[in-house]
Design a protein around this ligand. Structure first.
Ligand code: SF4
Ligand code: SF4
Length: 264
């Protein structure tokens, strides 16, 4: 990516940012592409690090300890877009994070932000897999912003630790903690043995690359942390505060159900 663009991301604490041609991206939702007001020619991928260090008694997935990353992403993408627009006044930009029309992990790997792990996550050198991916689709031709000559995807060394450590049987336990309604007896046992109120990090934590992850430089992911959630915390949280947590999208009822099961 050209230096001026790289600088914009660096000023916001993001070191992993790189462009690829749109033709290199695998489209997952054509409808979302069709809804854009422009024809994308390039994708600017970036990785937002969130690892806040080791937190005692944490009973939530690491990504859910800080306030909801979608709120960070909204402000961050607005600010970066303003800067990008100054550099390319006639260009169009559309920002996405996890509701993306493209395969973000593959695009990030093609952009050289990291390698694809057997745990199906993108693994960066500095922050392991503790990153959120996001991107700007833009109508700037690749030759005007991109500098990569190869878009080869690197894969991890396949040590197999993540697969061997995964406790899932039929369903990923991270997804199970987010399931609506009642648990079956088998599901209850799975959650109890996991001991997590929200999410599962096992296949990330055992990965040698994530074990040497650096702490995020981004203040947002180091402030206002709730590492150990209890029923009392949830019940006394205002609706506004609850809405700012990553687990709020499923509603208090789902989170309280998990807490009750875990007797927290
Ligand atoms: S999040 Fe947990 S249950 Fe899901 S694949 Fe990883 S280790 Fe397995
Ligand atoms: S634990 Fe090993 S196989 Fe799994 S993602 Fe990490 S390096 Fe790859």
């Amino acid at each position: 990516m050209v230096e001026a663009l790289r600088q914009v991301f660096a000023e916001h604490g993001i070191v992993y940012a790189e462009a690829i041609p749109f033709s290199e991206a695998k489209i997952l939702f054509q409808r979302k592409i069709d809804q854009l007001s422009f024809a994308p020619q390039s994708v600017i991928m970036f990785a937002i690090p969130y690892y806040a260090g080791e937190l005692p008694e944490r009973n939530l997935s690491r990504y859910a300890v800080a306030k909801d990353y979608h709120l960070f992403f909204r402000d961050f993408s607005d600010a970066v877009k303003t800067e990008l627009q100054k550099l390319y006044p006639a260009a169009e930009f559309a920002a996405f994070a996890d509701n993306s029309p493209i395969d973000e992990r593959e695009a990030a790997a093609k952009a050289g932000l990291g390698m694809l792990g057997m745990n199906r996550l993108l693994i960066t050198e500095r922050y392991g897999s503790y990153v959120f991916l996001g991107e700007f689709l833009t109508n700037i031709p690749y030759h005007e912003i991109g500098t990569l000559s190869s878009f080869a995807v690197r894969e991890c060394e396949k040590c197999g630790l993540c697969v061997a450590s995964c406790p899932k049987k039929e369903i990923c336990l991270s997804a199970l903690t987010q399931k609506k309604g009642d648990f079956t007896r088998k599901e209850e046992d799975a959650i109890l043995s996991l001991g997590s109120v929200w999410g599962c990090d096992i296949c990330q934590e055992v990965c040698p690359h994530s074990q040497k992850a650096e702490i995020t430089p981004l203040a947002y992911f180091k402030e206002d942390l709730i590492a150990h959630l209890t029923r009392e915390t949830v019940e006394t949280m205002s609706e506004e505060d609850f809405a700012r947590r990553a687990y709020s999208w499923r509603g208090k009822k789902t989170v309280l159900r998990n807490l009750l099961l875990l007797n927290k």
